[in-house]
Design a protein around this ligand. Sequence first.
Ligand code: FMN
Length: 427
Amino acid sequence: MPALCLRPAALPAFRTNRSGVGRSRAGVAVVRARQDNVLDAEPSVELINGAVASGPSLAVEVNGLKLPNPFVIGSGPPGTNYAVMKKAFEEGWGAVIAKTVSLDSSKVVNVTPRYAKMKSHDGKEVIGWENIELISDRSLEVMLKEFKQLKAEFPDRVLIASIMEEYNKPAWEELIERCQEAGVDAFEINFSCPHGMPERRMGMAMGQDCELLQEVCGWINAKATVPVWAKMTPNITDITQPAHAALAAGCEGVSAINTITSVMGINLGTLRPEPCVEGHTTPGGYSSTAVKPIALAKCMAIAQTIKRDFPGRTLSGLGGVNTGRDAAEFILLGSDTVQVCTGVMLYGYPMVKKLCGGLQAFMAQHDFKSLDDFRGASLPYFTTHHELVRMQREAVEAKKKARVGLAKDDEWSGDGFVAEAESMVSN
Ligand SMILES: Cc1cc2nc3c(=O)[nH]c(=O)nc-3n(C[C@H](O)[C@H](O)[C@H](O)COP(=O)(O)O)c2cc1C
């Protein structure tokens, strides 16, 4: 992979010169990749405190939380500190999930470069994004202070803390208590971070072990007084099993998916893998457009589980969402809210206006007046392969029976002769 953007990304606005090399406001050198903006053709709408100024409402109520629109900042760099979360609320995002925090940030040590892109053959479009980033390396005290400040400035907007801890009940209880004191509206539990943390039996390691997950969710739900969503890893054979365990342990909702374990590629000149740190790498997490079909499959399976065994619980879908139409697909499969993480790193916070515009345009096409009009509407169209074969056979039979007239003179029969003649009469 070409070594683009090898400095910390997700920086504030920056200026580039003609060669595409620029400097961010933080003074960090940035090489800007040429990139087609998939949002160029999307309609943009005006948002007032996140609510659409005209057209059908996009408001959602989920687990008692009132969101002006279904678009939620997914945990990661777009929710990493006060400045960026404030920007998200100002631009109109329906809710913000902060970058994952734990009690002791001193154990979190990130490396740079930590991202690598998968591009289309012409190099214009980012298709996939790998990261080897850990959870927040900022101190919990600072993050809590910022949560408090954000809730003071945006009391009506939804702020969700993403939390992660080791297999240690008092640690989870302390983390929950302190976040609740800071005023967060809900929790998303990170049972899904694919790198770094599994070495400490956290994140994905916990999310792949249903017994452990159910026990920890029990602790969390006994302590939490606000809604809890469990975020699932796709790096498991059957994602409905941990989702079932989390919901059985009392979680109000499930989020899916976190990133997919990946190796972005090998530099064929140096023979070293990307992203390359001191000549080495570690498998990372894959996100962005390329993961959308996988995310949709996982969400579909979880939505069916919720419908069957946990009616009333909720699903927050994510993975590769860049446009309002992408979001419509997640909602058609039963998602109550739709998160975006990498998309914000590629297109910036104002994209929420285009996400809302694109979703409204889809709704206008079908005359849907609210998200409830089509939530889960495509779920009934999934079945087994066995059923597909049966349905196709039946359809062929029905077509044969309904056929009017004879195709060839060979088909005249003695017994059915009169009916066959009648079938070709026009009046
Ligand atoms: C750079 C980066 C950092 C991330 N950090 C976190 C994190 O701290 N906690 C978490 O739950 N998910 C984290 N994620 C995962 C995203 O929230 C999301 O689940 C995943 O990237 C798929 O969605 P997307 O295609 O919209 O990015 C991170 C993703 C990226 C790209």
